[in-house]
Write a protein that binds this ligand. Structure first.
Ligand code: PLP
Length: 398
């Protein structure tokens, strides 16, 4: 199939599927196996020779190295991100940790933009630090600080775009320019954008990472992670995956494959809901501030419009009041469930001060930029008028 010339949804439905080799089934089967067997010793020797010569064979050996269901999703995702190859993991964190452990060695230094997923920051500042790999955190949007942080031993820049929870958008051409001039690998966690809204590889980014648990899966029913990029780099990370062991299981891969087929439809609705809800909240007297890159009040509005096709379903905002009244506002919402994720069909809401930052004092939260009144609303695909009516009645109660 000539996938490159086709539109996004056509590829989402058809790319990566090898129907002829799967009993002509329209869906890719779940190949539920831990290992693959060999006819005889000659068969095994032929496989070994192929692996030595080509680094790959037209068959599998063991489930930790590959699986046909997983590979169908990897081919589809590579097509959707415009990359040569993709690799799936059991979780988004597994994609992050396996990638960084592959590309960095003792004595190396990496630059990480702040306002990123807490566990990514924790991995860099604790696990990598223990291995003698140091991290400098730079504020999102400060490219002078990014450049000033580069040392002779810097190997890599890692940034989310948009970030969590303030939806800061990395200026991709600018970051690519800094990385290329300094011979650094640029890795972008594009979880909040999806390839529907942003394709970082087209800007020259080296590797794209996703928590596929979010929009790519899209139904709050699986955990998965992905890395997409050039065959050589992805191949190195694949070798690490075989050692570190974080491959996704075939059942979850199938759910992800199914979720990807409707990605463009779902993300279009998330974008619509995000824009409508952000505008509503910005005009409400009980809302102090709204963070959404589709609004002109957002610091990265211009960058986002330059490089994104939509701004996603996550809207962060601060309400008038304090820790308790913000909790009461969340409790008064009837549609979203309270929970720490995003990107699924069901709307989810959380108050970061009592979820991810619960153990910190108000002052410590202030230092990491999280106010007690901050709300992160991950809009699902419900009807926008219902979501707004629900917000309206809950805001009346504070
Ligand atoms: C931007 C981002 N990257 C990575 C992760 C980790 O993904 P997972 O929960 O699938 O391990 C998350 C999880 O919330 C995330 O928001």
């Amino acid at each position: 199939m000539q996938s490159l010339a086709q539109g996004f949804s056509t590829q989402a439905v058809h790319a990566g599927e090898q129907r002829d080799s799967h009993y002509h089934s329209i869906t890719t089967p779940i190949v539920q196996t831990a290992l693959y067997v060999f006819r005889d010793t000659a068969d095994m020797v032929e496989y070994q020779e192929r692996m030595i010569t080509w680094g790959e064979a037209e068959r599998e050996e063991y489930g930790r190295y590959g699986n046909p269901t997983v590979q169908a999703v990897e081919r589809k995702l590579a097509a959707l991100e415009g990359g040569e190859a993709a690799l799936l993991f059991a979780t988004g964190m597994c994609a992050v940790t396996s990638t960084l452990l592959t590309l960095l060695s003792t004595g190396d230094h990496l630059i990480l933009t702040g306002d990123c997923y807490r566990r990514t920051r924790q991995f860099c500042q604790t696990f990598l630090e223990r291995l003698g790999i140091t991290t400098t955190l730079v504020p999102p949007g400060d490219y002078a600080a990014m450049e000033a942080a580069i040392r002779p031993n810097t190997r890599l820049i890692f940034s989310e775009s948009p970030t969590n929870p303030y939806l800061r958008v990395l200026d991709l051409p600018r970051a690519v320019d800094i990385a290329k001039r300094n011979n650094l690998i640029l890795v972008v966690d594009s979880t909040f954008a999806t390839p529907v809204n942003q394709r970082p590889l087209e800007f020259g980014v080296d590797l794209v990472i996703h928590s596929a648990t979010k929009y790519l899966g899209g139904h709050n029913d699986l955990l998965a992670g992905a890395v997409v990029g050039p065959r050589k780099l992805v191949g190195e990370i694949k070798n690490s995956r075989g050692v570190l062991g974080g491959i996704i299981g075939p059942h979850d891969a199938y759910l992800l494959l199914r979720g990807l087929k409707t990605l463009a439809l779902r993300v279009r609705r998330h974008n619509e809901n995000g824009m409508k809800v952000a505008r509503f909240l910005e005009g409400h007297p009980k809302v102090r501030r709204v963070y959404y890159p589709g609004l002109s009040s957002h610091p990265d509005y211009a960058v986002a419009h330059e490089q994104m096709r939509g701004f996603g379903g996550v809207v962060s905002f601060e309400v008038e009041g304090d820790l308790e009244s913000t909790g009461a506002f969340i409790d008064a919402l009837r549609l979203p469930c309270i929970g720490p994720s995003l990107g699924g069909v069901e709307s989810l809401v959380e108050q970061p001060a009592i979820q991810s930052y619960y153990e910190l004092t108000t002052e410590q939260r202030r230092q990491v930029g999280i106010s007690n009144e901050l709300v992160r609303y991950a809009l699902g695909i419900e009807d926008p008028d219902d979501l707004i009516a629900d917000l309206e009645q809950a805001l009346e109660k504070i």
